[in-house]
Write a protein that binds this ligand. Structure first.
Ligand code: BTN
Length: 334
């Protein structure tokens, strides 16, 4: 897929319309004025307002009376993010989709097209959200954060697990700051509340044996889901389900990107040790946890025994052998 054949990103003028409404919250702006400022017809303005309404943005009024919103809408369009991130590398290139198959798939293509370090891809809804080991990621419209970040870290592929760990730490800190809950981190990439998963990370990369061209870090966070599909019951949750109140996706996303920038810069400056130390501090799975590990070839039980310098997990197996886990599913074992 070349850039030309990428699915259509959100029309930048819808982004401008939303910013205009947000900047004038509580004020009625006439459809004609909006149309003039954006350079489209009043009919197009009305069509776009309907689109925003379908995403849950509460816009009052109609073409004759003018339009008004009551609070800053919780839609993850670039202008709303950029104005909060100032000079961040994550504010330079933001691709937003109302609906796309998978933000990771789009970001991978952008990576091959030489797109910049720090580019982010966001969707309000994914029709084929991807999880680890071929699973799908439930991506309900406007309920979650579905984001992929394109990074070009100057490192070899053996260090890539550290990028997953630091992304998990960023999501952890953002949730602590905004929601006040302390999630657990299940190595390598799950965030849990009360034992149920609400955030997953899918890291994909394009690399040579000694050099990474780019890494895509895909994060899915269940924010405002009010229920989970039957097949995820008992395993998955959302921030809203845990706290019985809705949360601003926009604020959480901005915090997440700030934390990601901080951890990434720290990793570049100081290497792995602070990332490993912080992960060990906040994850009950890093050390001393009895776990069942399922890989493509086998399932075994053991006790976690800390992280390797490159972020892989050490496990003391029940049969006495020490194993370094490269990939696999971890579950708490009785
Ligand atoms: C997992 O826990 O299995 C990883 C889930 C990762 C889901 C996110 S949502 C945004 C990005 N796009 C995708 O298709 N997947 C990741």
């Amino acid at each position: 897929m070349s850039l030309r054949s990428l699915p259509a990103t959100t029309d930048r003028r819808i982004d401008v319309l939303l910013a205009l409404l947000a900047d004038n919250a509580m004020i009625v702006i006439s459809g004609a004025k909006i149309a003039r400022q954006i350079g489209v017809t009043r009919w197009t303005v009305w069509r776009w307002i309907e689109k925003l309404r379908s995403l849950g943005v509460k816009v009052k009024g109609h073409p004759r009376t003018g339009y008004q919103i009551e609070k800053v809408p919780d839609v993850l369009v670039p202008s709303m993010i950029r104005r909060r991130l100032h000079n961040s590398p994550f504010a330079r290139r933001i691709y937003h989709f109302f609906k796309v198959d998978s933000t990771n798939t789009v970001a991978m293509h952008l990576g091959y097209e030489d797109e910049l370090h720090g580019t982010i891809v966001l969707a309000e809804e994914q029709t084929a959200g991807r999880g680890r080991v071929g699973r799908s990621w439930h991506s309900e419209k406007t309920s979650g954060i579905y984001m992929s970040v394109l990074l070009r870290p100057p490192m070899g592929p053996a260090e890539a697990p550290l990028i997953t760990l630091l992304a998990g730490l960023a999501a952890h800190d953002a949730v602590v700051e905004q929601v006040g809950l302390r999630p657990d981190l299940r190595w390598p990439n799950d965030l849990l509340l009360n034992g149920k998963k609400f955030c997953g990370i899918l890291t994909e990369m394009h690399a040579e044996p000694d050099h990474v061209h780019f890494v895509i870090v895909g994060l899915g966070i269940n924010v405002n889901h009010t229920r989970m599909p039957e097949e995820l019951l008992g395993m998955a949750t959302s921030l809203r389900m845990e706290t019985a109140r809705p949360h601003s996706r926009l604020e959480l996303l901005v915090r997440l990107l700030r934390c990601l920038e901080r951890y990434y810069n720290q990793f570049m400056a100081e290497g792995a040790p602070p990332i490993l130390a912080r992960f060990t501090e906040v994850s009950s799975y890093a050390r001393g946890k009895r776990v069942r590990i399922s890989t493509a070839n086998e399932t075994y039980v053991g006790t976690t025994a800390g992280l390797e310098p490159n972020g892989l997990l050490r496990v003391e197996r029940e049969d006495g052998r020490t194993q370094v886990v490269i990939s696999g599913d971890l579950a708490e074992a009785p």
